[in-house]
Design a protein around this ligand. Structure first.
Ligand SMILES: [Ca+2]
Length: 479
């Protein structure tokens, strides 16, 4: 299938932008939906901006079992545990993919891996015709910023955040650059900002400033200066990803507090300290929202881009980072794609634990509905706003993933069934997640109808990628 063919499946950016102006009226109508959420709003509340701010916090390689609110016993995450208690904790929410770039592409463009442009970790930039959530929200009057890792466009390509709807960007463009927590530069918009760190080959030789701290400062500053207008902040720190260039010392953190005295390997103390540091950074964001009086006007999402890693000397089994599910980053078993996912907005979203099964490609239509923005056609995602508001939500007929490293693989989730297949001619594995969450018993032989359905989904949910390295029948080994 050609690039044009893919674009024809949905609104092109040009058509989208033209129709967005006409959509302003529709946006006003959709905002009336937001008004319902606050039917008991006081006069003071009504004086606030009508449209909720949206913050999407994306951790990097944080596992389903890494937070206290998901059963973690040893790593302390008090701020995220409080966040979970005050919002919705989703038990069956999924990332876009099992590694960074494709997962983030699904998040930004509302498409699953059978239709997304970026289907693996490679330098494929978003194109002008790709419509991102930032562009959708910008058309609805939102100020959009990214603080953190991007991974969907190198310098001077069409994929950079500033050409994809973000009016402000601070952080990493390149994913390998993002491995280094003490880089000698970061990007501010299209400008390289030198830092006082020194490095060789991606590993710091002089450590002065920690990138996650800088990224958090930028996120806080953007919230502060945007408090009087609707804003969208995509905050994507790289914690607790490994610095793969640093070998077995890849868990880079300024201090192993509060775990210095624990009898754990140093690398695991560092891993735990990174997660607790991330938790504290999220706590600073939440405290700022309260201080600015916009806590009840801001819908905050928190999740991770894929399952836990076993890189940089870290063992994902040490803290049982996958929790009760099987597998890690790069797997299509649940541990690679099921991620801790929280959504909070006091006064609008009631605290709950939800088993709604949704995925990153639902974020764009969800954000559009929250913002009263016009949503492009042809997306794989659907809005989860009903699920957020405690109303009946129709859910997905199925969720679909594909992945190319180590050979083409596919996975589908439909009802309680989960199917995984290696290669188009591979034998389909089938698991019933209701009574076998850990995917230990392949029940394909006993359930031929479910296998047939899984194989129909795996055939119908995808088109061949326009990028040759992502082929279901590769002539050369996928990167
Ligand atoms: Ca990642």
């Amino acid at each position: 299938m050609t690039t044009d063919g893919i674009a024809a499946c949905r609104l092109t950016r040009r058509v989208f932008l033209r129709s967005a102006a006409a959509g302003a009226a529709a946006g006003a109508a959709a905002t009336a939906g937001c008004a319902q959420m606050r039917s008991s709003a006081s006069a003071a509340e009504q004086a606030r901006p009508r449209k909720p701010n949206i913050i999407f916090i994306l951790a990097d390689d944080l596992g389903y079992g890494d937070l206290g609110c998901y059963g973690q016993k040893r790593i302390r995450t008090p701020h995220l545990d409080a966040f979970a208690a005050e919002g919705i904790r989703f038990t069956q929410a999924y990332a876009g993919s099992t590694v960074c770039a494709p997962s983030r592409c699904g998040l930004m463009t509302g498409l699953h891996m059978g239709h997304a442009l970026v289907r693996g970790n490679a330098l494929v930039p978003l194109r002008p015709e790709d419509v991102t959530v930032a562009e959708v929200l910008k058309e609805a009057g939102y100020a959009a910023a990214l603080a953190g890792k991007w991974g969907l466009g190198e310098p001077e390509t069409t994929g950079i955040p500033n050409k994809q709807g973000f009016e402000y960007f601070y952080g990493y463009l390149n994913q390998v650059h993002a491995h280094n927590y003490y880089p000698d530069y970061l990007w501010r918009n299209e400008e390289k900002v030198p830092l006082p760190n020194e490095q060789t080959g991606g590993v710091a030789t002089k450590r002065v400033v920690y990138s996650a701290d800088l990224i958090t400062q930028e996120a806080l500053a953007f919230i502060e200066r945007s408090k009087d207008r609707p804003f969208f902040l995509y905050y994507s720190p790289t914690i607790p990803h490994a610095n793969n260039e640093a070998g077995k010392s890849g868990m880079e953190v300024p201090s192993d507090e509060p775990y210095s005295a624990e009898p754990w390997p140093q690398v695991e103390k560092n891993f735990a300290a990174m997660v607790t540091r991330l938790d504290a950074d999220v706590g600073r964001i939440m405290a700022l929202l309260k201080r600015l009086g916009i806590d009840q006007d801001t819908v905050v999402f928190f999740t991770s881009d894929n399952g836990p890693h076993k890189e940089g000397g870290h063992d994902a089994a040490f803290f049982e980072s996958s929790g009760a599910v099987r597998g890690t980053k790069r797997d299509l078993y649940e541990g690679g794609i099921r991620v801790p996912t929280l959504v909070r907005c006091p006064g609008r979203i009631k605290p709950a634990v939800s088993d709604a099964a949704w995925a990153f490609w639902d974020f764009l239509p969800t954000a559009a509905e929250l913002a009263g923005a016009k949503c492009p056609d042809g997306l794989d995602g659907i809005s989860i706003v009903p699920a957020l508001m405690g109303r009946p939500w129709k859910g997905h007929e199925y969720l679909y993933w594909e992945f190319y490293e180590g050979g083409f693989k596919q996975a589908a989730r439909f009802g309680d069934w989960k199917a995984v297949r290696a290669g188009l001619a591979g034998k389909t594995e089938l698991y019933n997640l209701r009574d076998d969450l850990r995917e230990t018993r392949n029940v394909a032989d006993e359930n031929p109808q479910a296998v047939k359905r899984a194989e129909e989904i795996m055939r119908a949910a995808r088109v061949e990628s326009a990028v040759p390295m992502w082929s279901s029948t590769p002539r050369t080994k996928a990167k």
